[in-house]
Design a protein. Sequence first.
Length: 569
Amino acid sequence: MNEAESAGRRLRPWTGTALLLWAVVMLCAFLAEGETPRPRRTVFNDDGQVIAEAPQENTSAFVRAWLDREADFVPFTTFVFLAATPDVCFYDTKAGERYGARFGEDFDKGWGRGLRRLRHEGTDPLRLAAEHMRAKGFEVLAAVRMNDTHHRSLDPGNPLCPQFATDHPEYVIRQPDGRTNETALDYSHAEVRAHRLAIMREIAEEYPVDGLDLNFVRWAKHFPRDQGREKAPVMTAYLGQIREMLDAAAAQRGRDRLTLGVRVPESLHACWLAGLDVRAWVEHGWVDYVVVSTWNNTDPQVPVGEFTAFAKPAGVQTLVAMGNMIGAIWDGPPVMFDRCVAMSAKHGPGYQGMLITEAEARAAAANYYAWGADGVAFWNVGIHFGAAKTAAPEQRERIRRWTSAVVDFACVNDGPRWYHYLPMGKGMSSRKPPARNYPWYDEGTSPLGQPNGPILTFPPDSLGKRRVFPFRMADGRNGEPLAGWLAFRVYHMTPEAHIEVDVNGRPVGSPQLERRDVDPRTQLTGVRFEIDLADCPAFRGENQLGLTLRRASEGDHVPYMEELEVFVE
């Protein structure tokens, strides 16, 4: 077990008294400001893995037990269950297409068996989940993926490929990059919008849900990828229609309002690429919360302040998605040999297999809260409560620890914070079509088109040139002293090379800079640098680690730096 993970184990579960005290403090703060406190919303997303693993006997009981485990291990207030992708549905739909229905009653692949067995028991996944979780006191929303394209071709033999798309290939987005495996439908077509609105209306009117959670991240393709900003008014008008439909459904059901949450890409830049004018949705009063989401992981660098700047004045909650992984898609070296249970048995030993620890989770959440977030939304954690390799008992306990550590700002300060900055966009170009059909695949960006995870290189011609690694950090943002350490590695750096280090332009003296060889088990050579935070120049929130090559390395490899750690005790 490494130092950070060991320290992170010291998180103490919140007692009922502590939670009550925190609630009283928050209530007093709101009343002092003359405001009515809003319930803190913590969102938990369930993608229906339970249906894929459901047995043929006692299926409803199996599903309820799975949902109970999720509620026992993870603290949340709002339960979001996958209902539609959006044309393929995981309930008994008339407006859309039930998953696997076109293959006959004996269809047994994917979610087919679980859906069939629940029908025999007189229910379906959405109804069962909504009834069970609402009875437990949770707000329950139906998740609608606004353009999921796990299917990479219009293959009628793939149950995730909707019949609506195969019947209407003319509605498929024509991408400017000439890709041949696009399957997402273009919202420019009124027929696409009408078809999908009918599915949402069916859910809102006929199912015991408290509203909808619209997922614009899966897969963030709504228009041709060069027309996002131009086409955004189309989606804005559509959001207005969805809000009107929900208001009508609420009146029909005798409700004051049905919740509308939206899950959107990780920055305003990425939202515009996807054709989403989130500010307009908020200012019109159409949405109740916004989840700012990376593709599939937890990133401490998410610029949540871009969203809170307009959401807070409008009284709309801003949440940030946190996934069970902290690494990205890169599966080459370095090998992360020292992460103990925080390593996936399903993935390789590189960045791709890195699972989040509670200390890393605290640090990321500290950044979100410091820049204005109202809460967090747990993404894809629900798949780890069945038979998956990542669902072992020790992994569930790790999930319990890290999710409990981030539910509010008080929790994140109740233990060490391990700020871990990784090259999130490394290897993305290897996923370009036809390998995958992500919306974006530029090296150094996320699949959502957000530039992230800089990689600093030090070729001989970079002598004297300061390379900058920007990092956001809540701790020390007012210049206060901290206890802990800052560390980074320069891979392929040889002994004769020399690099000067600064933090926010202030140099770190050689006596304060510990150097040692990187562990050979990383499968790379190089130098690890570490600074005691007591000897580190002051931080300021938005920080820069500056590296200046003064004497070059010898050898065939160009040295590089791509990972930064700051551990705050």
